[in-house]
Design a protein around this ligand. Sequence first.
Ligand SMILES: [Ca+2]
Length: 418
Amino acid sequence: MQKSAIQFAIACIFLIEFSACKEKESPNNKNPNPKDSTITLELGSPVETRPTVTKYAPAFIGQTRVGSLKTKTPFQFQILNNNLKDPWGIAALPNGKLIITEQGGTMRTMTTDGVLSGNIANIPPVYYSGQGGLLGICVDPNFMSNRMLYWAFSESISGGSITSVAKGRLSENEDALESVSVIYRSNTPYNGNLHFGARIVMDNSGNLLISLGERSDANIRNQAQSVSSSLGKVIRITAEGQPAPNNPKFDGTGALEELYTMGHRNPQGLAIHPITGQIWLGEFGPKAGDEINLLNPGKNYGWPVITYGIEYSGQKVGQGIQQKENMEQPVYYWDPAISPSGMTFYKGNKIPEWQNNLFVGALGGTHIARLHVHNNKVLGEERLLVSEQQRFRDITQGSDGALYAITDAGRVYKIDKQ
Ligand SMILES: [Ca+2]
């Protein structure tokens, strides 16, 4: 059978499966999100029409190329500002403004009218090279009382560069950070400027989760499988930078206490599901094999042992396998790659069919991927803002309920109901 025919069959099966699923969603059914069951999902053929790069088969139906969705509620987008320089992270402040990092080492606030502040003072120096610099940003859920910000960045130290985490209090007039301290430094310096990971979120228990890349090169990336290295991991630390209490225990010599999950390549997306509180992660595969993972603490996500991608040279990665015992499968993957970067769940209600959907900024893909997530599966996919041809670096939801996205060209988009 032709690959396209197989994919069409998969799309049809999904439509049937989901219809069956909807039938069961009565008020007596324990659906964690009752509002979700009111949404009708009409799936078309997959959004991806290019041929696959690999010949690898998914581990389960719906792991890649699910049926397409189309937003029915009229929505609009506008460019609020196009004067940022290499923006990397965006997060919402509870006062209605947004806070944005620029890779070169600056941080600024922006109003939802697009008015940018000057550079906020007292940011520690960053290693600004390649994919490094001032990177992910996180606003404390208790910002109203403590005004704390946390950020991830690359730093140059003896022996190379690392991913680090700092925190500081945003001054009342928002022009400076106060009581700034670096609370975490990766234990594995490496001479290179790729794969820092560096997305950061605070979970419902007040601990920080930070994604760390495996530094890309063939001679270092195996450390994603080493429990004594912070490379290729998600770590979970307290706001003081200590390993979080009740972190999982990893087997092996010198296992780091801050580890949460292992076996990641370059994870640049982290988001907390609004209903389940679970942590979702996006990561770049090599040539193909970009992944969305649902993080279960203590688990191994497989890189570079299993992957749905191949080397940029075209050769297989390692043994060229996609599944292995004790290694987790991605919830979803892309072949060819779209380069998934920052991502967020939509918690608003203005566009009902977007509720609890995952929005993923695509760099190489030059769009925003909307994934309909249901019971920890991806059921449908839509590509938004395709016409803009922008490399979308990060996306967040403002306190006004609109989505805000930044692009490598320095733009800030607002996306909202019409
Ligand atoms: Ca994986």
